[in-house]
Design a protein around this ligand. Sequence first.
Ligand code: SER
Length: 576
Amino acid sequence: MVSEEIRKKFLDFFIHRDHKLVGSYSLVPSDPSVLLTSAGMQQFKAYYTDGVDADKDFGSRNVVSVQKCFRTSDIDEVGDETHLTFFEMLGNFSFGGYFKKEAIKLAHEFITQTLGLKIDYVTIFGGDEDVPEDEESREIWRAIDPGMKVIGAGRKDNFWGPTGSEGPCGPTTEIYVNGVEVWNLVFNEFYLRPDGKLERLESPGVDTGCGLERLTAVMDGSGHIFETDIFGETVEKIKELKPDLEEKVVRIFADHLRACCFLIADGIRPANKEAGYILRRLIRKLIAYELKFDFHTSSLTEVPAIIVRKFQDIYPELDENQITEVLDEERTKFKTAISRGLKELADCQRLTAAEAFHLYETYGLPFDLIKEMAPSDLGQNLSYKDFENEFGKHQEVSRAGVERKFGGHGLLLDTGELKATDEQELRRVTRLHTATHLMQAALKKVLGDKIEQRGSDITTERTRFDFLFDRKLTDDEIRQVEDLVNDVIQRDLPVNFEEMPLEQAKETGALYFFKGKYPPVVKVYYVGSSIKNAFSKELCGGPHAERTGEMGKFRIRQQKAVAEGVRRIKADLEEL
Ligand code: SER
């Protein structure tokens, strides 16, 4: 197995040259500036800048690792010969131990002698208005090999980092073998400050990264990551399941499934934001492929078994049952919605960013899926930036409700149920909205399940709630309802939502209007730490308070009959 040999040779090479071995960090990063670990240096960031003592922590200033990485930025390139979302990065690092000369020498020795490869050429930082050319690296390369082709390149290609708005960064030198960029050596000489200025680091450091998959492809002569032993069996299995599949689809399938396995193994679960959303996006794409190419339904489980077998010795956190469970659950949840979405997409005559966003909102189709699966060439002109704009608009709106109106009456929020003209009003109606959910749940607990919402109206001052009930509430019942709501407020419970298909949402026991018209994918807002044990859950578009603790004291102010069998309660919140 070429990849296993390389992994071992790399580690041995550096361990024998005074480096301490450090295990891969989780894909869930310690660095809050990134959603997922995307480079080997991330777990070591503090050693470049904060004066944290590497010697004390590792027994050496030089370390070596093979780090699990995930790069969302490469997601659209997956399917070619060299790009992946998840990959393993070989890296050696020095925190004030050695610098350019040793780092370049070590890399050169490993590539040319240990692996016996020939370097085509290397690149160095060619300089710009802020930082001069990295002449030192040029000279070091020339001293090692006078015939070496050294190319100067700009900041985009040969200056690393930082991740986020500040951090260590510096010029890089990159090594190309058989036309493939295989190794990136970063010389962290600077610290980028939040104001955009570069400061020289007191003790410069080295951070190198070499993709195991690419190096394997170069070593085994294929020049193609999906033809290496890393993907061999996975690709074979996919082709066996569907022999006529387009090559690109096979590769995307293989990459995404492998990435899902590793993300799940590190504790990430499908969700609507952050890392959970990245996972969800990958899984939805797999489901769409299953649907589009009519895969056997077990393919989402047969292939991971192979992936787990291949990597389990090195990454024992990979657990086949757990992976299958997460994939299956997501598939059960979304298959119908995605299938409907794909149908609507197939019938599209035109496809603007707004229409793409509608498909995302209604059926959960991720952007890249829409772009890829759009009929004829409708997806070609669809830009992610425009889609993001729609998304951004929507986020403001969903924070603020369903519709944001400008000019006219200057409404910031108008959902029909809630209206607000400024931020302060928005906060008030939002809290009263959450209070209305809590009140309905409390009324059911006190008066029984037969009570049923008939209508509600929320102003900045109070909430008004109409429900089926055939008599006056006693003082004691009123107090019980108030106490239940105030108890939840005092416990400062989180308010969250989960998006899911309508049928499934109903099955959670969430409250909804029987006569209501709902899209195929809905939000279930719930109060409590999980949807299962929630105090209140309702199908609802929001917005809501983030936590109950911010709501103030709940009081019922009035009750009366508004029609035969229908009672009306008015309640408010005393500001904290
Ligand atoms: N941080 C650099 C990279 O990820 C080198 O490790 O490419």
